[in-house]
Ligand binder design. Sequence first.
Ligand SMILES: Cc1ncc(COP(=O)(O)O)c(C=O)c1O
Length: 402
Amino acid sequence: MSPSDYAARTGFDREPPFAIAAAEGSFVQDREGQHYLDLTSGWNVVNAGWNNPEIWQAALEAGLRNPFRPSWCDDDRFDALTQRIAAIAPGRRIIPSCSGNEAVDNALKLARLVTGRAGVICIEGAYHGSGTGASLATGYHVPHLEALDLQGLRLTLPRPSQPGALEQAESAIRAFEPGGAIVFETVRTNMACEAVPQAFRDMLRRVASELGLVLICDEIGTGINRLGSPFSSLDGDGAAAPDIILTAKALTNGLYPLSLCLVRERLMRHVDMSYFSSTYGGMPAGCAAAVATLDYHAEHTLGARAIAGGQALAAGIEQHVLDIDGVRSLEGAGLERALHLDWMALGRRGLSPFQMLAKLRDQRVFATLSPGEDHLMLLPPLTTPHEALVDAAVAIGKVLRN
Ligand SMILES: Cc1ncc(COP(=O)(O)O)c(C=O)c1O
């Protein structure tokens, strides 16, 4: 896809409008009181289901004792979250902030402090947030960067799915002198769930270690069990583990804005935490919400449910959708999935992305599109019953078969 195609990403005006009046579990409700099965989870936010009452209760009880603390003071709830994170991502220090975008910014700041170099290496099509730092890690044209004259600090690697991408990427990284950080995802949410092959990830790890670059994995979409484990970049033997892992969104199940950089201890040795000061980052209410969310995930084995749910959804799509002219493939893993579509073929039968979503609404399914490429995103809450996932596949089949 060309930079101008990426620039044509228009936000949500290409989708039928929807006002969420209420939401519960796997369903959202509009102003008319109609319920829709949700295939978005608010873009990887409510992994444990909309308005999960157990999380609400636990977070409110723990958080509202004193929801705010000044950033220079200690707090039990922050300590509790630190211990909880240490159990799932050992040997890392936490830098708290409020949004995914800020976590990316902090990670890049840390990379500059550690390496003394400002260049950011990202992958074509990547989205990691809308602020200046995260925009440097954006793999398509970002108009507001032009006025800052920062283009020379950004290297965009080819899509890992392209033939020869691994070799091209490796030589481009080696030739990029300002390089200080590499930002990647294991499954690229905003690129319609294109998985990054393990060999490509291993190359990133190897070259980053050799050249002294900081390897940053954005798990803002893929983490908190969406791919079956708290952090997918820590699966396996740990050899390819990144230097910094980013988490946000589903960490508090939509209850409170909280994001974290999980940084390997040794990177923090010479860094002053005051560089990352944030008035609301890591507040008691947010930490309590995160602990309650992580406890709920563990107790209800949402990692295993994401894998089983992904299999049920894939089987439903295989049975009811994949044979349709205009359907290319189902991409992704766990419950981070997208249906890749051929709009030339579907358009010949009079279907547009907008109409597809509108017709799914008629089937009482709430869904959204991938930015830029208009593929159908399948990101339901991890708690969605398997029968509902198969029902969704049946509804998608009906709409696309037209
Ligand atoms: C993969 C990924 N990283 C980062 C972000 C930015 O997060 P936030 O909107 O909280 O700044 C997003 C947002 O959608 C995202 O999908």
